[in-house]
Design a protein around this ligand. Structure first.
Ligand code: NAD
Length: 518
């Protein structure tokens, strides 16, 4: 069995914490053991990262140098795809078709932030007086990034690229479920030219390694993607340290399907939004709000599509496999419990497809589904839900599985009200060919991202973050993410002549009347 270590100061380093077994969710096999970082390892790594920061080797390197390194990292990542993709598939259980599409797209983040460095302008401000006032952006210091299991490389790179572009020293703590590919970023970034100590990877459990990292007083920013419970716990600690905080947390995305929508396109959008990553995404389209006049048509087409996906589920390594297993037995139990709770609490709930764990042999490739955590695409029609305080958990809680709830609406106002019935406000979708309706409704849905006639678009330039507290604080992507990894320095030069300064800049001159103040 493969054993991997921490990545600290530019090389593999033994961890002193409890080793973490890494499981293949498709087979239940433990196929790797990962060292984990103890509190002492955290202390050492923060010291290494702080030393690298203070040395200025990266923090004060010219922007041109940092941009070139990020571009090299993009090129080296492409070279490493044949190693990265299969490992990402094995540790997450996600179908190789998804990872073949997702992992190569990461280079866009390195290239985008390299381009930000190459094109960054420093504003000169209209400060009054004979003053030339401009803004410099400086790195923060040691920053900690904590990532979840569902898109290990994507989320790491989304955070790393702006943090490194800005000149920070980074410590990445990947999910304990999927730590392996993040560790491979160490040698890639080193080869690209990131100096030793500037990028470090410390796998470990959240409440042990994660907590020690976010509590460290030298850490100047924490950027986490994870569940709302973890986000709140971490935020409390980070707030007490007066460090900066970005948190990308949970979601419960609504999709409103108007009668004006193209129903086939909407069904494709629902299934993509709901079942990519087996529904284990923060923007998973989990609440489908459908106009009553198109409900039965949509439900029957959706059922066909779900059954087709289910027939094609097999080994995640099979390029024809449509959807992989859930990441763990815990996640599977959670999904099963939500479905049972819906069945028992709402008699009128109608399971349209799926609804039970998969077992036996896959019709696609004979994979023994009973060994893994396979759960089929599951759609449940919720009727007579009662008042908003009586909603089933399927409607209100993040499932993180291939589960969707469908409800009907009669009026646009009802649809908006149903969409906004959530404490999460991360992603939302609207399906309609009536553009004025699209504009009108998008303005009223409480969500950080609203997609119209599409779902789950993610571009390095486009902000990604929640609009309400349960979904997080701040956002990833774009200039905002880069700025959030910097602090501004306002530099003010007085270009008045010595004579002018002497005349007006002596506040305590005896008898002064025209002296400058402020
Ligand atoms: P999780 O909250 O269990 O863990 C996320 C990370 O936080 C892991 O690395 C974990 O070790 C760490 N962690 C947990 N508790 C911690 C603590 N007390 N102190 C420090 N670190 C701690 O989440 P998960 O199950 O890995 O991922 C699923 C969650 O992530 C979902 O809620 C999902 O919505 C969210 N997510 C959000 C986005 C987004 O962009 N908003 C994207 C992907 C996933």
């Amino acid at each position: 069995m493969k054993t991997v270590q921490l990545w600290v100061d530019g090389h593999d380093t033994a961890g002193r914490g409890e080793p973490i077994p890494v499981e293949d969710p498709a087979t239940g096999e433990i196929f790797a053991s990962c060292h984990s970082a103890s509190a002492c390892d955290v202390e050492d790594a923060v010291a290494v990262a702080q030393r690298a920061f203070k040395s200025g080797v990266w923090a004060k390197a010219p922007r041109e140098t940092r941009a070139t390194v990020l571009e090299k990292a993009a090129a080296l990542l492409v070279e490493q795809l044949p190693t990265l993709i299969p490992l990402e598939v094995r540790q997450t259980g996600r179908a190789v078709r998804e990872m073949n599409a997702q992992v190569p797209s990461l280079v866009r983040w390195f290239r985008y932030y390299a381009a930000v460095l190459r094109t960054e302008e420093r504003p000169v401000l209209p400060t009054s007086g004979k003053l030339h006032n401009w803004i410099e952006r400086e790195p923060l210091g040691v920053v900690v990034q904590i990532t979840p299991f569902n898109h290990p490389l994507l989320i790491a790179v989304k955070k790393l690229a702006p943090a490194l572009a800005a000149g920070n020293s980074v410590i990445l703590k990947p999910s304990e479920l999927t730590p392996l590919t993040s560790l491979l970023l160490g040698p890639i970034l080193k080869k690209a030219g990131v100096p030793d100590g500037v990028f470090n990877v410390l796998p470990g459990l959240g409440p042990v390694t994660g907590k020690a990292l976010v509590s460290h007083p030298l850490v100047r920013k924490v950027d986490v993607t994870g569940g709302t419970v973890a986000g709140r716990a971490i935020g409390t600690i980070v707030g007490a340290n007066l460090a900066r905080y970005t948190a990308e947390l949970g979601g419960k995305a609504p999709l409103i399907i108007f009668k004006e929508a193209n129903i086939d396109a909407a069904v494709n959008g629902i299934t993509f939004g709901s079942f990519i990553a087996s529904g284990q995404t923060c923007v998973a389209a989990t609440r489908i709000i459908v106009h009553e006049s198109v409900l039965s048509d949509l439900v029957s087409r959706l059922k066909q599509k779900c059954e087709s996906i289910m027939r094609r589920m097999g080994s995640p390594t099979n390029p024809e496999s449509s959807m992989g297993p859930l990441v763990s037995s815990r996640q599977l139990e959670r999904v099963e419990a939500l479905v049972e709770e819906t069945r028992s609490s709402l008699e009128s709930a109608q399971v349209i497809c799926g609804g039970h764990r998969m077992s036996g042999l896959s019709p696609l490739d004979g994979t023994n589904l009973s060994r893994g955590y396979f759960y089929p695409p599951t759609a449940i029609l919720l009727q007579n839900m009662g008042s908003s305080s009586e909603r089933p958990a399927l409607w209100t809680e993040e499932a993180f599985g291939p589960l969707i709830a469908i409800v009907a609406f009669a009026t646009e106002d009802q649809a908006i009200q149903l969409a906004n019935e959530t404490d999460f406000g991360l992603g939302a979708g609207i399906w309609t060919n009536d553009l004025s309706q699209a504009f009108r409704v998008s303005g009223q849905v409480d969500s950080g991202i609203v997609w119209i006639n599409t779902h789950h678009r993610n571009d390095p330039s486009s902000p990604w973050g929640g609009a309400t507290s349960e979904s997080g604080v701040g956002s990833e992507n774009g200039l905002d993410a880069y700025h959030a990894y910097t602090t501004t320095k306002s530099i003010i030069i007085n270009y008045a002549s010595a004579e002018e300064s002497l005349a007006y800049d002596d506040w305590f001159k005896e008898g002064a009347v025209n002296a400058r103040y402020g």
